[in-house]
Design a protein around this ligand. Sequence first.
Ligand code: MLT
Length: 297
Amino acid sequence: MIQDEIRKLKEEQGAVILAHNYQIPEVQEIADFVGDSLELAIKAKEATADVLVFCGVEFMAETAKILNPSRKVLLPVKNAGCPLADCLTPEMVREAKARHPNAAVVLYVNSTIESKAEADITCTSANAVEVVESLAEKTVLFGPDANLAHYVAEQVSGKTIIPLPADGHCPVHREYTLADVEAAHARGDAVVCHPECDPEVQEASDLVASTGGMARQAHLHQNWTVLTEEGMAYRLGRLFPDRTFHAVEGVVCEDMKRTTLEDVRRALETGEYEVTIDEEIADRARKAIERMIALRG
Ligand code: MLT
């Protein structure tokens, strides 16, 4: 069985497999650890294994490499990107900083390494509110997800949150509509949505949470509709087998779904694709990521 081959290769190479909550079920099952991007970043930083096989998308594997540069980090597929990350360039961040010189720059980890190098601090959907509240600055340039920026602005007081760019979004979370919330409520489900969903979806939902937050609060209801990439409904079902989690069919992140068991095996066999990063940019991005991680303490 391919799973046995992967386990053997993993042992031979001293590797661990980290997988995001949105990965396909087979990849979640073979992983040593499954989590959201904050949990995975912390795991990667603390990892003592020689090789980290990162089943997720590029910016997550880069974050792992930045936080633990002496490890070999492998991304099993080359073209697992993130359209949200790609909608913000470092030039856009520099221009915004020039326009708002007293503002702090908070970038979602779903951003390129070059943009992170321009940030004061990064955040994930799990800690965005905490990160913004930790800042002395009253004005915050927040990117690249405008819906997450809206969510943060609703949760914190005394700060002006400026989304950067004005309409950055995740194409997957934008697919959920009010009609999805209404259909879920009509069948008696509680609705949890990700803060990357549109504001009207957030307002109509019973709970807005990161995927880590969804796992922590799943005990609150028996039957849920989960408005985030469908991999999370699988993950929640594994964590809480006595509850039901409906996903909206067909709303998938193609980049997250690219990684297959064959890719994981090939990565371990060939060492492809190793994540390498420009040291100067990595050093600057590391400061912003480490500042976020330090808040956890
Ligand atoms: C992440 O942080 O991993 C993604 O935003 C999904 C989530 O966990 O909420």
